[in-house]
Design a protein around this ligand. Structure first.
Ligand code: GCU
Length: 835
């Protein structure tokens, strides 16, 4: 793997390391009409350097220079200049330039963009809107779009937030793009350059607030020194129109403030929060508000004192209200459960906890609800809580961070998942009730509403850990503004801005991305069973058994005959009854439940027939083969773009997609083997457990290696791997090849665990044909594992190896640290075979 990284470091242009995301302003050809259409000056209507309008001027200057090589002067308040771009608020324009003809009434943060007249007009309802309009205009230019347009656009909802799960020590919970850009060693970092760059990206997708610390909050953020740091962060975000919000730890008055209680109705507690809030707003007068995770996953909350969630939310709401702040109170509240009770169901928790409190929350409280009832799974129905609060403001919580979706080491374009949720009609009172209209506050006439997404960017220059994952952040902003937008259209804008206008690049990345969620669902968890990952440990690789026999309630209830959660009212947990009548009836009845949510709502035998006519188990088998096969094509599709994408980003993504192609096979085999073993039902196509092109490491001649039984068993081919007998001397595994003479791709499946970097060399008749190092913990983005398991299992391929029957294949593994150069199997793959 190191060889590839070495190549990556030779990448030619520093700007192509991902840091500028979709705001690269890469050069485009432009002559004749195009050239004469370009503005010759920029007029900005605010001269304060820290104002968003001023920032817009600088951005325009950089954009015009970058894309078209045109140097344009910025003039202040000179409305008469012709052939210029004029940027300001509608009010500034009226004051300085006169009547704003044809500009309709705009809503908060909205803007007017007019490229038809002799000047380009970009007018915001406020300064932030003017900056948004500027980015819109620049996005057109950067896509080579010079069309004449005149339109106004307004946000679907006022809350368009991102949540960072950054800890004070600089780590990020579920972060896959390196350490925090905000914190280090318990304090706010000195150098906030990356924060400014993040602010710029967020403003360009019209995000208006960022919560900078983990929902599992550390009260030390409230120390005077740290609040000074927060003020510095807010100063950096402010010119981009992005407000800062803070996550609170509910027990802070006691654990940090030294009080004997954190009871939300206790006068001393109220007073303590008042003082803290005053200190916060003293430093950050435009602080957006607080985010609260309480009574959830061990976090303290009002239940300790038998107070309601509304008591808790309103405590903070009253504190921030005078300052114009809001409280985002998370609906992710649940207790540990007991799987032996058939009716226990974590999916029920949100409605159980919140429904009866409807109407009791203050007006500046917004309930922040994860899109599905469990936890960012590969397939979930929308949370029924969206259909149960009529007098309470709500926001949908999405996850740009691919916690359960390959942790950025797998390509998964997530926007289509969000669209399935946002576009669902919940039919409240038999009336159209799209989730997107409910959360925007439109369906139940709420002033507040919108969305928040967990983003978790880090100091990695790719921000999220992988270049292609940035489509998810871009899409989030676009959908937060207009959830009716099409996921593929959004993606294509992002591709053009990120990789240029080449048709083949556009078509190829579109195809790969649009196929990525379906493929991931196919090889991870089907029919609504959720992502069958290890929910106790890293949430990354396969481990279906971990889903059951735990108190977390993310269950599959799989036994040897049957699988799925019975969430019916008639016989199960009653969850389907939390939906309005039409949906409740649909989900209650197995005949009308869509196949892709069958196991979410029903417990059935493995031989139950789907609408498609297949049995559940055969569907599992087939989908896993099909998904892994599609994932192989991501690599080859990407490789078809060599030379059309800069070397640095090309190599980085090639490395990732190559990895995904191998890991998708691991997923396929692990899940299929697990259910094959559990159910005893053979695969009609005889693929499961049948690997004609593999040589198991444990069947090779071993010197200095010994067999090792892997757990979970399904994450090793044949459930056994080999490890070196000592942690300092090399082991050798060799075998005679019995396959027909020919040219093969040689795949080696090994384990790369955290805590060591072994070295392997592979030989054919004592001629070295390849070598690699176990340094995946440094080169990929997902959480590493310290065990041989589905997280650490990895495949490397050497292509086009000429092999003669009877040749000797030998692998020498040199252990390092805790990593005993583990090997699972070798596969010799004839062209077109996936094994
Ligand atoms: C998931 C995630 C946690 C996170 C929690 C939350 O369970 O794994 O890391 O704290 O969600 O959203 O609060």
């Amino acid at each position: 793997m190191r060889a590839l990284l070495f190549f990556a470091s030779l990448g030619f242009v520093a700007a192509e390391n991902g840091l500028n995301g979709w705001l690269r302003y890469a050069s485009l050809p432009c002559s004749g009409q195009c050239r004469s259409n370009l503005p010759s000056s920029i007029v900005i209507l605010n001269t304060t350097e820290t104002s968003p309008v001023y920032v817009a001027g600088t951005e325009l200057q950089n954009g015009l220079k970058g894309v078209y090589g045109k140097r344009v002067q910025v003039k202040h308040n000179k409305c008469k200049a012709s052939s210029s771009v004029v940027v300001g608020t509608v009010d500034q324009y009226r004051e300085i330039c006169g009547a704003a003809k044809g500009v309709p009434e705009l809503e908060e943060d909205g803007f007017w963009l007019d490229t038809k007249g002799k000047n380009v007009q970009i007018l915001g309802q406020n300064e932030r809107g003017a900056l948004y309009g500027t980015f819109e205009y620049l996005s057109m230019l950067a896509q080579g779009n010079h069309s004449k347009v005149a339109y106004a656009t307004n946000p679907s909802a006022p809350i368009r937030w991102v949540n960072q799960w950054d800890d004070m020590d600089g780590r990020i919970e579920r972060g896959y793009g390196g350490p925090s850009i905000f914190f280090k060693d318990g304090q706010v970092v000195d150098d906030l350059t990356r924060v400014a760059e993040y602010a710029r990206l967020l403003a360009s997708i019209r995000i208006n607030a960022v919560v900078i610390n983990n929902v599992n909050a550390n009260a030390t953020l409230l120390s005077p020194t740290n609040l000074d740091g927060v003020a510095r962060i807010a100063d950096v975000f402010r010119p981009y129109g992005v407000q800062v919000g803070l996550s609170l730890n509910f027990a802070s008055p006691q654990t940090y403030g030294g009080l004997s209680t954190f009871d939300p109705l206790d006068a001393s507690v109220v007073e303590w929060w008042s003082k803290i809030t005053a200190q916060v707003y003293d430093r950050v007068p435009d602080m957006a508000g607080y985010l609260v995770k309480a009574d959830s996953e061990g976090q303290p909350g009002p239940q300790t004192y038998n107070r309601t969630l509304a008591d808790a939310a309103n405590l903070f709401a009253k504190e921030v209200q005078p300052y114009g702040g809001i409280v985002m109170y998370r609906a992710f509240v649940y207790n540990k459960l007991n799987e032996s009770i058939w009716t226990d169901d974590r999916a029920n928790a949100a409605v159980d906890f919140f429904k009866d409190l409807d109407g009791e929350f203050d007006d500046n409280v917004v309930i922040q609800i994860k899109y599905g009832p469990i936890d960012f799974q590969v397939r979930e129905p929308p949370s029924p809580l969206f259909a149960n609060l009529f007098n309470t403001s709500m926001a949908i919580e999405l996850q740009v961070t691919q916690e359960y979706l390959g942790q950025q080491s797998h390509l998964v374009y997530v926007a289509p998942i969000w669209k399935t949720i946002l576009d669902t009609d919940l039919r409240v009172d038999h009336q159209p009730s799209l989730v997107r209209d409910i959360v925007a506050g439109k369906r139940f006439n709420r002033k507040l509403g919108g969305s928040a997404a967990v983003v978790n960017v880090g100091t990695n220059t790719t921000w999220l850990g992988s270049h292609l994952s940035m489509s998810n952040l871009y899409a989030y902003g676009r959908l937060a503004w207009n959830p009716a937008d099409d996921a593929q259209d959004i993606l294509q804008d992002w591709i053009k801005l990120t990789f240029g206008l080449d048709r083949k690049v556009l078509d190829t990345i579109t195809r790969m991305s649009m196929e990525s969620w379906p493929a991931y669902e196919q090889y991870s968890g089907n029919l609504g069973i959720q992502t069958l990952t290890d929910i106790i440990y890293t949430h990354y690789g396969p481990s279906p058994a971990s889903q059951d026999n735990n108190g977390w309630g993310q269950w599959t209830r799989a036994d040897r005959d049957s699988i799925g959660m019975d969430r019916t009212v008639a016989n199960g947990t009653g969850f389907s009854g939390q939906y309005p009548d039409e949906l409740a009836a649909m989900y209650e009845n197995i005949a009308t439940t869509p196949d892709n949510l069958l196991l979410w709502f029903h417990h059935v035998g493995y031989t139950h027939r789907l609408h498609s006519g297949k049995t559940v188990i055969q569907h599992f088998y087939d989908e896993h083969y099909s998904g892994a096969e599609t994932a192989q094509t991501f690599l080859t599709q990407w490789e078809s773009l060599e030379g059309k994408i800069d070397t640095e980003r090309y190599n980085h993504m090639r490395h990732f997609l190559d990895y995904q192609s191998g890991h998708s096979i691991l997923w396929r085999d692990a899940i299929n083997t697990f259910y094959h073993n559990l159910s005893g039902i053979p695969d009609q196509a005889k693929r499961v457990g049948h690997h004609p092109w593999r040589i198991e490491a444990e069947d090779m001649k071993l010197e200095g290696y010994k067999t090792y039984t892997v757990s979970p068993f399904e994450t090793a081919s044949g459930s056994v791997a080999i490890v070196t007998t000592s942690n300092s001397t090399a082991g050798t595994a060799s075998t005679k090849i019995n396959f027909p003479t020919g040219t093969y791709d040689l795949a080696v499946n090994y384990y790369d665990i955290y805590g060591g970097q072994s070295e392997w060399k592979v030989y054919l008749n004592n001629r070295e044909i390849g070598q690699w190092i176990g340094n995946s913990e440094d080169t990929f983005s997902h959480t590493p594992s310290i065990y041989l398991d589905g997280h650490s299992a990895i495949r490397i391929k050497f292509r086009g190896v000429k092999v003669h029957k009877g040749d000797t294949l030998k692998i020498v593994g040199m252990p390092n640290g805790n990593e005993p150069a583990p090997l699972d199997y070798v596969a010799l793959l004839p062209a077109g075979i996936v094994d």
